[in-house]
Design a protein around this ligand. Structure first.
Ligand code: FAQ
Length: 312
């Protein structure tokens, strides 16, 4: 280990933050760009399944809340792209890599949103899983990512509650509404567990990311934490989790749960989920349609720069 590497690791081990101007190993920088970009892409692709229901929300109140939530996801994408830029990444390059499939986004956003209850299930389960994953990232060793996460987590917490409230209303509504809520939970439960990534035994990045303080807990530990948090909430909702093996384990002081079909996760990551193609095509189209906005904003910025230079 060089002395630079030793100093870097000492900072990480003493729980201090690495800032953009600090020396860092190239592999650390690359890992962060990979994870932060994937996270940013997830936020903006994640706008699509819910955006699909803005025009069909059952009331003006629900529509306003959903619009605010989807806007929040766009904001999260922006904080995260900005964090990746502090590592020397170019935002346009990152978007290119999303559009040409060289960078990933979360598997969860490749599932369709079939009914209004899916807005509840996404808020409760997907945002719930996102919070469990992201709260430890507030203590990530890289300062700009950690600070972005603090704000993101505050907003995700509101998102999770709005999802819970939608499902609570449906679950205690008419029998048809209850069934719709149960159906949504049945479809979103297993994919939500897969969001935490492959099992620890099959997670190539975990060991190094944990040694660098990027990840604070393993994929399986966070998944277990999510199950432990969610089972009592499902009871409060009056909804059943679609896993007969969910049971309290006195010895472990945690809930046991059934085996996850990780072949499904790997297929979805490879691009073979139900909506992968549609999500990326929609994203590419939106990017092309927005080209004039980016050009206009750049032209305006250039004009302001010239004006201020002339004045000076
Ligand atoms: N989907 O070695 P590991 C949200 C890939 S929340 C797709 O374990 P790592 C909020 C992984 O990249 C969702 N790919 O990897 C919201 C790696 O491939 P690579 C976003 C996955 O990085 C709510 C390979 O598998 N949250 O958007 C997935 O140590 C509602 C091997 O895996 C984040 O991104 C997956 N589920 O751990 C928005 C959180 N899992 O890159 C709208 C930050 C694994 O080597 C509406 N990220 N892969 O080719 C993380 O915490 C980590 O990156 C993990 C994966 C835990 C996701």
């Amino acid at each position: 280990m060089t002395s630079q590497e030793q100093d870097f690791q000492a900072l990480v081990d003493s729980d201090q933050r690495i800032e953009p101007r600090d020396w860092m190993p190239e592999a650390y920088r690359k890992t962060l760009i990979r994870q932060i970009a994937q996270h940013a892409h997830s936020e903006i692709i994640g706008m699509q399944p819910e955006g699909n229901w803005i025009s069909r929300a059952p009331s003006l109140r629900r529509k306003a809340i959903l619009m605010a939530k989807v806007q929040d996801e766009a904001g999260h994408g922006l904080y995260l792209y900005a964090a990746a830029e502090t590592l020397g990444a170019d935002r346009a390059d990152l978007l290119d890599m999303l559009h040409n499939g060289r960078q990933k986004y979360s598997s969860i956003f490749n599932y369709p949103t079939l009914t209004w209850a899916d807005m509840g299930a996404i808020g409760w389960l997907v945002d719930g899983a996102a919070i469990v994953n992201q709260v430890p990232l507030c203590r990530c060793s890289y300062g700009p990512y950690a600070r972005a996460m603090v704000r993101v987590c505050k907003e995700e917490s509101f998102h999770q509650r709005q999802g819970f409230e939608i499902l609570n209303t449906l679950s205690h509504g008419t029998p048809a509404q209850h069934d719709m809520a149960q159906d949504a939970v049945n479809r979103w439960w297993w994919p939500s567990l897969m969001m935490f990534g492959p099992p620890d035994t099959d997670s190539p990045n975990s060991a190094q990311s944990m040694a660098w303080g990027v990840k604070r807990f393993s994929n399986d530990d966070l998944r277990q934490r999510f199950v432990d948090m969610t089972v009592p909430q499902s009871e409060a909702l009056g909804l059943t989790l679609p896993d007969p093996e969910v049971a309290w384990n006195e010895k472990r002081e945690s809930y046991d749960f059934g085996e996850i079909d990780f072949t499904e996760l790997f297929e979805v990551i490879k691009g073979n989920g139900p909506c992968n193609k549609a999500r990326v095509e929609h994203r590419r189209r939106a990017h092309n349609d927005g080209a004039w906005v980016r050009e206009a904003a750049s032209a305006y910025a250039a004009k302001r720069r010239t004006a201020s230079e002339t004045a000076a």
